[in-house]
Design a protein. Structure first.
Length: 146
């Protein structure tokens, strides 16, 4: 149904080399995963209405240039029966419904990419996502027809 809460629990960023020390291209690898899902008790909510999705977001700059790790959780509100099905499927196979998985991961990616982008500037690492760039377009000479 909807995500009703989000928190960061651990944020770590490290630049291991100065930018001038790196020779060649820097490869940036991103990885986001759901670590665990548990039932969360909340005031004014029925038991089983809220699930806590723990996640880990990683960006690795290679060769051994830097690393970002963000851990946290988001709270998901839905029908008790649907949540029980989600929990049992997770406990059995560590698997989720594709629609739910994409909803949760897209939310996590949006929050973590913004945080990691700001932090990467602070420690002088390149952005982990491509940023838009302007290019100068050569203007053709106007023709006068008179």
């Amino acid at each position: 149904m909807s995500i009703v809460g989000f928190n960061f629990e651990k944020i770590s960023i490290e630049r291991k080399k100065n930018p001038g020390e790196v020779k060649g291209q820097i490869d940036i690898k991103n990885n986001t995963k759901i670590k665990d899902i548990v039932e969360e008790d909340a005031p004014n909510r029925k038991k089983g209405e809220i699930l806590r999705f723990s996640f880990e977001f990683n960006t690795l700059y290679e060769p051994a240039f830097g690393q970002t790790t963000i851990e946290g959780f988001c709270l998901y509100l839905d029908d008790v029966k649907k949540n029980k099905d989600t929990l049992s499927k997770w406990k059995k196979d560590k698997d989720l419904d594709k629609e739910l998985m994409s909803k949760v991961l897209n939310f996590v990616l949006a929050k973590c990419n913004i945080k990691a982008l700001a932090l990467s500037q602070d420690v002088n690492l390149p952005p982990q996502i491509p940023l838009p760039k302007l290019t100068a377009k050569k203007q053709e000479a106007e023709q006068y027809i008179g």
